[in-house]
Structures are given as structure tokens and as C-alpha cells.
Design a protein around this ligand. Sequence first.
Ligand SMILES: O=C1O[C@H](COP(=O)(O)O)[C@@H](O)[C@H](O)[C@H]1O
Length: 235
Amino acid sequence: MTAIALPVMKTFARSDELVAQLAKRICQQLQDSVDQRGSASLFVSGGSTPLPLFQAMSKIGIDWQEVCISLVDERWVGPEHADSNERLVREHLLQNRAAGAKFVGLVTMHATPEEGVAMATDRLSHFPRPYDVVILGMGGDGHTASLFPCCEQLEEGFNTEATLLATHPTKAPHGRISLSLKAILNARQIYLHIGGVGKKEVLDAALAGTDAKELPIRAVLAQSQTPIDVYWSEA
Ligand SMILES: O=C1O[C@H](COP(=O)(O)O)[C@@H](O)[C@H](O)[C@H]1O
């Protein structure tokens, strides 16, 4: 079994050091894209890890009104729900200097993510492609976006030509909507942002093997189409 080629690793002792550097780098890339093509596109993850990053980015002055922002994945709950990724973006990123960014949420009025996929896909149709920056997280089970090892839709997520798909993890709450692997890789730059010793162990395990169905993050690490930099902080 051949191990995966190592991605660029940026290692930090503290989360605040990581956040300061990553926020600056992402905002510079977004501004460069606005300067070059008039607009920029950014996809962010939810969960707990990116909140300090969102706050730091929101304080950096770029032409946010030209930046289209959406999520790499969303739980199929309303935007006021405690588990909503959209709520996190609204409360932590779309603030301060970033308040004028053009945010598009993925949850529609439909009862299920399957029913909402077409409308959500349509909402993303004006996002500049390739996407400028995709920020991924990773769960302790190796999932990224909402491509979970425990969901029946994992192969679809790896193989579909569609931008979005519905997923139903059996070991995590809520139906989900997620960018497909193809959409994630249709980016100028991917960042994997993780923290803590436990996540580093998962990353090391992912880099040491090849079965993406076991650890879905492998599908993003094991490709040469799109640059991926891993930002990890110990604390
Ligand atoms: O469910 C999710 O989990 C992952 C990881 O979240 P974290 O709290 O461990 O940082 C996240 O990347 C994804 O967007 C989210 O929906």
C-alpha cells in the first residue's frame, strides 16, 4: 500500500498564532481575486474549530462586498437552530468589516436535503469558479464537509459530477447537504484547518493509508489537482 504524498504542513503551538496567519493569508487571496476578476468565492466549514478564524477574518479590511461566501456543508436545520453552520457564519464571520459579504446558505424551505439540493445548487451558480478558497475541517472519524465514513452516500460524494448532495450520517445528528468531492477540488486553494493532538493523530492515520471510505479526508489529501495546506495547532 502506497502512503499519500505529504501536503504542505503549517504547525503552530497555539491556535491564536495559527488564526492570525491563516486569516491574513485567506483574506489576501480573496482580495487578489477581487482585484483580478472583480469578485471572489469562499467556502467555509462549520463545527467549532473555525470560530476564532471567522472572528479574525471579519476584522480584516478587504472588499468583502465582492466576496461570495457559502458553506462546504450544512446540517438540515433552520438558521436559528443551535446546530446550524449558517448561524455560526452569521454570528462570527459576517460581522465587523465582513458584514457586507454576499452570503448564501444551503438550507432551503424543503423538508429534506434531497428535496433542497436543486435549489441550493442554483443559489451557488453565480459563485466564481474555480472557487478561490475552500476551508475544510475534519472530524475525529475522518469526515470532511459532510462526507462521513458512516453515510451510505459516501461513494456518491466521491463520484458525482454534481456540486452538492444530500448525506445522512448514521453516527452524527441531522441529515446534511454537502459539497461533493469534485466541487471541493474545483478550487484554487484548499485549507484543512484542525486543532489538537487527537485531530493530528487522525491526520497522521489518513496520511499513512489509502482507503478513503475509511477516512474520507484521504480523498482530499490524495490528489494533485488542487493545492492543499494543512494548518494544525497543538493547543
Ligand atoms: O459536522 C461537522 O463537523 C466538522 C468538524 O467539526 P469540528 O467541530 O470538529 O471542527 C466540520 O468541518 C463540518 O463543517 C461540520 O458540519
